[in-house]
Structures are given as structure tokens and as C-alpha cells.
Design a binder for this molecule. Structure first.
Ligand code: WTA
Length: 654
């Protein structure tokens, strides 16, 4: 991942934009200063942006202390997240569109779901879930296409206090089964098929396969999306479309404590299996809604489009919870940017008069390759703000986004955050902070970034600095724990650097105090903006009978940002072949899902190891990058000739 140090050009918002913005440069400075000097007072005030059943009296009770990490916000308050996202808007905007749904196939009709309709649908779904035995605190896995029912399902869980765990529809049956078991879910909600880019993923049959490895008591609620034939297990499977006809239109929102869990979302880390990130109700909603409003300068009546999938945190915070808590119109898109052609995003922007558009650098790079015509033929004049998230954006992509999509006039918000953070931590506020291509600029309110020396762990206090990015204090959207494993939470985020939250990212701060993310410093790779743990792909590979050992690293990839490079040592007596290579790629797709497919597999008779047997990934990374000059110290290798062999074969690849 390159660090775009070369582009320090400042892009300031126009005077007209600033005049209408929620926050100007002066206001940002004053509000930020208040947010860090008096977090209690600041958040006591801003916590009121949502409705509380019982108002909080305690605001912040957080500790990053070793062995005693504990994060609580608004802890004695109670609320209902679904009532905040729906009911409280009914009196003033019952007839306003809450969700615009744009289907995969542009020939099919879009849907406009009003807040009143959203209320009815969510209540019915909540009643169906209750009818299936789901109670407060129970876990519900959601494995759905990008259809409105995904939002109904999330909000229905929130309504009755059940905890949802969404599994991206691109994950395999094995990955789904592991997540159902991981949180001991009572119900899994799925659909017959998920149409995407003109193709269909068989979600129901994937779910059937996953459930073979789950408890018999797990029930399955099936939404009919395509109407295709599916197999049915009597007694286990429930037909959503039928039940929704009968279900009651009203379900009272339960009173939920601020620190009761709202959702679990599995994400990859540098070690072991993915961990269940837990977000709770009050602080998360305050933070998601506040960042949605300020980062995108969202105003009443705007049409907001985040292109992420609800299977990722971006979809949770910026398709569903943030926008709906703000009474926004949020667009949900089932398709992909390049089908039926590379103009789809822009066709949708024109069709629905989108005002804020939020996507990922990988999508921008993929579209850049198709030239400017697919963009310029559409009217994008309604767009006011452009956003990006998921990985560092390279200046070429930033400039294309700015010039071609934004006509050089729309502020670009490059938002840095994580599944763990719940919402944006570093981001320009479009009316307040001039941008630099490739920099996520400055912290959001209440966020205190610090750069530490990776070796000593000491905070670098000069303005210009480079090191690892940590956070000094909590913010309301912070994850609270790893599901069922608080120790792992402490170990992952609070043990390398004591008294700080460690993000896992490297970072540079320039002389103006702007932050530039340089990419992960751990064994997590970022493929098309999706996190993938190298350990996960490795354990999938070694689960194959012919594989003795595997080491996986990231390498620069023109569209994906990083690609997956696997070094594979075969079992004695197994001959490498093109067939086996293909089989291993397919194997990983089945074990985890298509997003984990290795882009390159290199046969490795041996892997570079230290004398104590630890694989030296640093060297493997360099070889994958075709960077042999900088292999560094290889003197601790048990067998240095292994490296020569790997280089030779990498080079032979051309
Ligand atoms: C990376 C996605 C640079 C980063 C919301 C982080 C970014 C990881 C940016 C989290 C950005 C996300 N600039 N890097 N604007 N946004 N990242 O959990 O490495 O899927 O740690 O959350 O993506 O990925 P996650």
C-alpha cells in the first residue's frame, strides 16, 4: 500500500457549501476542543440527539487500563434503537421515503418504502421472530441479499432486543455455520437466492448445508426473493412471505439498556478465527447518527446512498442505523457497479437524485478502467458530497473521483474507521476541513488519535510523526468486547500498547497535523476494502489433504488494493499441477467464500523459517511484491537456500 505523500494540495469547500454546512472551520475547532477537554459535558449534550425511554445520568465510564478494560456509555439510560430509527419519525415524516430499494436488474422496478411502511414491515418481522421463539438477548443470524427485508430484520431484532449477527451473502456454508454456532443463534434468516450482477447465489441451499453442522433446534426463516424452487425442511423452515401476510402490524418496542448488545459482527484479525465484534445500543446509535449527519453534511430531505453491503459494518452504520436514526432517505442497492455496464452507479445516482454518495476506492479504481463516458453521460448535479472508505485511496483514484464524478466541485470525505469503531474516527467534515488527496485528515469529535513508536510504544508528540495509530480515549461507538471472549478483546486491542486502543494500522501525521493511513501493520490484508486474516486463509489451505503447509501474504493489486498471495508446500509425493492450483482456489472459496480466493499460488518446497520454526512473513511479503533488494536480515533463517528457491520461482512467473 503506497503512502501518497506526494499530494499535499489542499482542496477547500466552496463558499456556498460552507454557508449551508452544519459545521464550519471555526465551529469544528471549538467543538473538537470541547469534545476532548470535557467529554462528559460534550456527550451529555449530544447523547440527546436520540430518544431515550429513561434518560441517562451517567455519561462516560470507560477504562483502557491493563486487565480492566471496560467501556460503558450512557449506562443507566434505556432506549429502543428501532423506535429511534422508525417510530419517532412517524408523526412528522410517516409518508416520507425511508428506504429506496434499487434492484440488481435495472429492468425491475425500484421500491420506495415510507417510514409508515417500514414501521409495519418491521413490526411484522418482529412478531414473526417472537412467534419463532426469539426473546430479548437471543441471537439471530441474518444471511440475506441487499433487500429491504435485511433492514426489517435488523430493526425487528432491535425492536425486541434480540442481537443480530449479519453474515455477508458472499460467505460460504462453512463460514455461515461457524458464525451460527459461534453465537449460538436461535434463528437464521435467509432468502431463496441472492441476485447480484445478473447471477444468483443459492442462499437457501448454502444455509441448508451450513445447518447440517448446527444444533437441530436452529430455525430458518426464508424470504422469497426470486421465487425459485428450494428445498424445504418441515418444522425447521418458516416461510416469511406467508407469515408476513398474517402477522400483526404492531409490536411494542422493548425497553433496552444502553449497554445491552445491538449486534455482533464477525471480522478478521491477525490470529485465529474471525472474532465477534460486539456493539451495544445507546452509544453506538448516538455515534452512528452523529457521524452520518456531520461527515456527510446530511440535511433533511437529502437522498443518501452508501454502496456497501449490509454484511459489513459500513452497511450497518451508514445504510441502516445512522441514516434512519436521522430520519433520512437511504438508498439500498442490490447490484454491483459494473453490471449491466460500468455506468450503473451513475445511472442510479441520476435516477434517484442522490445527494451524498459513499463508496470504496476499489470500486472507483474498477470504474476508472472504463473511462469517463459511463460517468459523463449521466446527470450527477444533485450530488453534494462524495465519500470513500475501506482502504487508503491512491491519489489517481482520488483525482478521478474528484474531477470526473465531482466535477472538481464536491468535497470528498475520506473516512477512516473500522468494524471495531462503529463509526468514522478520522474524516474531513466537508464544510470545515480542506482535504488533501489520500489523507483522512483530522479526528471526529471526541476522538483522540496518537501515533506511537512501534518499537518503544512511546507517543510521538511532534506534529509530523510516523508510527502506529492508537486512540487515547474511548468514544461512544467503540466496540465493547469480543463476543464471549473479553480476554481476547483486551489482548487484541489493548495489550501491545498499554492504556491505548491499538488500531492495527500504520499512520503518518504531516506538518499540518493531517493523518495519512499507510495500511495494516499486522497480518490482516485488505482485499477490495474487505478484511481478510492471513491466518484464516492459511488454515483453509492446510485443511486440504494435499497441503502440508501454507503461508499467505498480501501483494499490491491494481484494482483490489491488495491481492492474496499464497505460498503452498505440498505433502510429500504430491506433484504440483495447474489442476491442483485450481482445486485449491476452489477449496478456499468453499471453506471461506469467494472474497478469500487466492489470486496467486506459488508452490514452495520450503518456507523461510527462523530456527525456532517461525515463518518469516516479512521475507515472503517482499518476494510477493517483487522487491528482492530489501529482504533485510536473513541471517536468522534456518535454511537460507529456501529463499533463493522462492525468488527464482517468483521471477520465473514474469
Ligand atoms: C482500512 C471498514 C485507509 C484500515 C469501515 C482499517 C482505511 C480497516 C480506511 C478496517 C480509509 C478503512 N483509509 N484505510 N479511509 N477505511 N481502512 O473493519 O486498514 O472492514 O483498519 O471497517 O480498513 O476495515 P473494516
Amino acid at each position: 500500500m503506497t503512502n501518497p505523500t506526494s499530494t499535499d494540495t489542499l482542496y477547500a469547500p466552496s463558499a456556498a457549501f460552507v454557508a449551508n454546512a452544519h459545521v464550519t472551520a471555526e465551529q469544528y475547532k471549538a467543538m473538537y476542543a470541547e469534545s476532548v477537554s470535557n467529554p462528559e459535558g460534550f456527550w451529555a449534550e449530544h447523547g440527546k440527539r436520540i430518544d431515550w425511554i429513561k434518560p441517562y445520568t451517567k455519561v462516560k465510564n470507560t477504562s483502557f487500563a491493563p486487565g480492566a478494560v471496560d467501556i460503558k456509555w450512557f449506562e443507566d439510560g434505556t432506549l429502543n434503537v428501532s423506535a429511534n430509527c422508525i417510530d419517532r419519525h412517524l408523526a412528522t415524516r410517516g409518508d416520507q421515503t425511508a428506504i429506496i430499494w434499487e434492484p440488481d436488474d435495472p429492468k425491475d422496478e425500484a421500491q420506495h418504502i415510507t417510514y409508515s411502511e417500514l414501521h409495519r414491515r418491521t413490526c411484522r418481522m418482529a412478531n414473526i421472530l417472537e412467534g419463532m421463539g426469539v426473546r430479548k438477548g437471543d441471537r439471530v443470524v441474518i444471511y440475506l441479499p441487499m433487500i429491504p427485508e435485511a433492514a426489517y430484520a435488523m430493526l425487528a431484532c432491535a425492536r425486541i432486543g434480540a442481537v443480530h449477527s449479519i453474515v455477508f451473502a458472499g460467505f460460504s456454508p462453512d463460514a455461515l455455520g461457524a458464525r451460527i454456532n459461534g453465537c449460538d443463534a436461535k434463528v437464521v434468516i435467509t432468502a431463496d437466492h441472492a441476485p447480484r450482477g445478473g447471477r444468483k447465489t443459492p442462499l437457501k441451499s448454502n444455509t441448508d448445508a451450513a445447518l447440517l453442522h448446527c444444533k437441530d433446534s436452529v430455525k430458518c426463516l426464508v424470504v422469497r426473493r426470486t421465487g425459485d424452487q428450494i428445498t424445504w425442511a418441515e418444522g425447521r423452515d418458516y416461510d416469511y412471505n406467508e407469515l408476513a401476510l398474517e402477522a400483526d402490524d404492531y409490536c411494542a418496542p422493548a425497553e433496552i439498556a444502553a449497554e445491552d448488545p445491538l449486534f455482533i459482527l464477525y471480522t478478521s484479525g491477525s490470529t485465529g478465527q474471525p472474532k465477534g465484534v460486539v456493539h451495544t445500543s445507546g452509544g453506538y446509535l448516538v455515534y452512528a447518527s452523529m457521524t452520518h449527519q456531520y461527515t456527510f453534511d446530511y440535511h433533511d430531505g437529502d437522498i443518501f446512498w452508501c454502496t456497501a453491503d449490509v454484511g459489513w459494518v459500513t452497511g450497518h452504520s451508514y445504510i441502516v442505523y445512522g441514516p434512519l436514526a436521522n430520519g433520512a432517505t437511504t438508498l439500498m442497492f442490490e447490484g454491483v457497479p459494473t453490471w449491466p455496464d460500468a455506468g450503473r452507479f451513475w445511472a442510479v445516482c441520476e435516477k434517484h437524485k442522490v445527494n451524498q454518495f459513499y463508496t470504496a476506492p476499489t470500486a472507483i479504481r474498477a470504474l476508472m478502467a472504463h473511462g469517463t463516458d459511463p460517468v459523463t453521460k449521466y446527470d450527477l448535479s444533485t450530488i453534494k458530497v462524495l465519500g470513500t472508505v475501506g482502504e487508503p485511496i491512491n491519489p489517481e483514484a482520488w483525482n478521478w473521483y474528484n474531477d470526473v464524478v465531482g466535477k472538481g466541485e464536491r468535497p470528498i470525505v475520506d473516512t477512516w474507521w473500522q468494524t471495531e469503531t462503529g463509526g468514522h474516527l478520522l474524516t474531513p467534515l466537508p464544510g470545515a476541513i480542506p482535504t488533501k488527496p489520500g489523507s483522512a485528515t483530522l479526528p471526529f469529535f471526541g476522538v483522540q488519535p496518537v501515533i506511537l513508536d512501534p518499537q518503544t510504544g512511546a507517543e510521538i508528540t511532534t506534529t509530523a510523526a510516523e508510527g502506529v495509530l492508537c486512540l487515547k480515549d474511548s468514544w461512544p461507538g467503540q466496540m465493547r468486547t469480543v463476543y464471549g471472549d473479553h480476554e481476547r478483546f483486551e489482548k487484541t486491542y489493548f495489550s501491545d500498547y498499554k492504556n491505548y486502543y491499538f488500531s492495527g494500522d500504520g499512520c503518518r501525521r504531516d506538518a499540518d497535523g493531517y493523518y495519512w493511513i499507510t495500511g495494516r501493520v499486522d497480518d490482516v490484508i485488505n482485499v477490495s476494502g474487505h478484511r481478510m486474516g492471513t491466518a484464516e486463509v492459511e488454515s483453509a489451505l492446510v485443511a486440504h489433504v494435499n497441503v502440508a503447509e501454507a503461508a499467505v501474504v498480501g501483494y499490491p493489486h491494481a484494482i483490489k488494493g491488495q491481492g492474496i498471495y499464497a505460498y503452498v508446500t505440498l505433502m510429500n509425493g504430491v506433484e504440483p499441477s495447474e489442476e491442483l492450483r485450481k482445486e485449491l482456489v476452489k477449496w478456499v472459496r468453499t471453506e471461506i467464500g469467494p472474497i478469500a480466493s487466492p489470486d496467486l499460488i506459488q508452490w514452495a518446497p520450503g518456507l523461510p523459517k527462523t530456527r525456532s520454526g517461525k515463518i518469516m512473513r516479512r521475507i515472503l511479503r517482499k518476494i510477493a511484491e517483487n522487491d528482492y533488494g530489501a529482504l533485510g536480515d536473513t541471517s536468522t533463517l534456518a535454511d537460507p537456500s529456501v529463499v533463493d528457491n522462492l525468488i527464482e520461482n517468483r521471477m520465473n512467473r514474469g
